[in-house]
Design a protein around this ligand. Structure first.
Ligand code: KIV
Length: 279
C-alpha cells in the first residue's frame, strides 16, 4: 500500500497535537531508504554533507550542484518522509531573484518538497518571495554554520540578553514571512522553549534541548559513522565506524590468509553444464 506523504500541514498538525517531529539528514539512497522505512518524518539533505560526506572542514564549499545531486537520490528513496533540500552558501544570499531561481531549480530538478535557508532578518525577503511562488521554506537560526567564519568557530548562540532578544524577534519575523518550520541550532534550551511557545509553526532543535517541537541530528553523527567532531548535543545510537573498521580488517585478513573466497563463494563450471542440459 502506498504510504501517505508527510507534508508541511502534517508538521503543523503534529505541533498542534504535541506529537514530536523526527528529522535526520540524508545524502544517499540506502540511508535515506532506511530512515524512510522506519518512519522518520523529515529527511534533510543538509549542507553538512560537505563535512560528513566530502571531508571538508566546513559547509561553505558545498555547491548547488552537490545539493541537487544528493537531493535527487534522497527524493528517489523517500516514499513517506518530507524531503527538504538545504540551500548552500551563496545560493540565496546574493539577491531575491537569484534565490528564487536557485530554489526553483532545486524543486524542479530533484523532487524534494521544500528548501531550507539559514538566517534571520537578512533572509526575510527571500522567504517571502519563495513562499509567494509556492516553495515551502524551513528556516534555521541560532548557530548557522554558513556564518562560521564570522562567529569565529562553532559557538553556542543566544548567550547574552540582546542575542536572545534578536533570536526571538527573528523567529517571529520568519514566521510572518511564511516559513513552515524553524530549525533552532545550538541555543540554550530556555530560549528554544520560549521561541517554541511563541510560534505557531513547529521548531526543530539540534543542540537546543528537549522543549522544541521536534529534533534533528546529522545521520552520520547519530550512527557513529563520522568521528571527527562530537558536540555535546550528539547522542550516538550506534558505532558504525567501529563496525566498518572491524569488517574491513576481517576481510583484509581473510584475503591475506587465503581464507576468502572459499568455493562456497565461487561459481562451479558443473552448475552451468547442468543448467544447459536442463534447458
Ligand atoms: O546541514 C545540516 O545538516 C543542517 C542540520 C544540522 C539542521 O542544517
Amino acid at each position: 500500500m502506498k504510504k501517505k506523504r508527510v507534508t508541511t500541514r502534517t508538521l503543523m498538525k503534529y505541533k498542534r497535537t504535541g506529537r514530536k517531529i523526527v528529522m535526520v539528514t540524508a545524502y544517499d539512497y540506502p540511508l535515506a531508504k532506511y530512515a524512510d522505512e522506519v518512519g522518520i518524518d523529515v529527511l534533510l539533505v543538509g549542507d553538512s554533507l560537505g563535512m560528513v560526506v566530502q571531508g571538508q572542514d566546513s559547509t561553505i564549499p558545498v555547491t548547488l550542484e552537490d545539493i541537487i545531486y544528493h537531493s535527487k537520490i534522497v527524493a528517489r528513496a523517500a516514499k513517506r518522509a518530507l524531503v527538504v533540500a538545504d540551500m548552500p552558501f551563496l545560493s540565496y544570499q546574493v539577491s531575491v531573484e537569484d534565490a528564487v531561481r536557485n530554489c526553483g531549480r532545486v524543486m524542479k530538478e530533484t523532487g524534494v518538497q521544500a528548501v531550507k535557508v539559514e538566517g534571520g532578518e537578512e533572509v526575510v525577503e527571500v522567504v517571502e518571495a519563495l513562499t509567494r511562488w509556492g516553495i515551502p521554506v524551513m528556516g534555521h537560526i541560532g548557530l548557522t554554520p554558513q556564518k562560521i567564519h564570522r562567529y569565529g568557530g562553532y559557538r553556542i548562540q543566544g548567550r547574552t540578553e540582546s542575542e536572545r532578544a534578536r533570536l526571538l524577534k527573528e523567529a517571529k519575523m520568519l514566521e510572518e514571512a511564511g516559513i513552515f518550520s524553524l530549525v533552532l541550532e545550538a541555543v540554550p534550551y530556555e530560549l528554544a522553549k520560549e521561541i517554541t511557545e511563541s510560534l505557531s509553526v513547529p521548531t526543530i532543535g539540534i543542540g537546543a534541548g528537549p522543549y522544541t517541537d521536534g529534533q534533528v541530528l546529522v545521520i552520520h553523527d547519530l550512527l557513529g559513522f563520522y568521528e571527527e567532531i562530537q558536540p555535546r548535543f550528539v547522542k550516538r545510537y550506534a558505532e558504525l565506524a567501529k563496525i566498518i573498521r572491524e569488517a574491513l580488517q576481517a576481510f583484509q585478513q581473510e584475503v591475506l590468509e587465503g581464507k576468502f573466497p572459499t568455493l562456497e563463494h565461487s561459481y562451479r563450471l558443473e552448475e552451468f553444464e547442468q543448467r544447459q542440459e536442463d534447458s
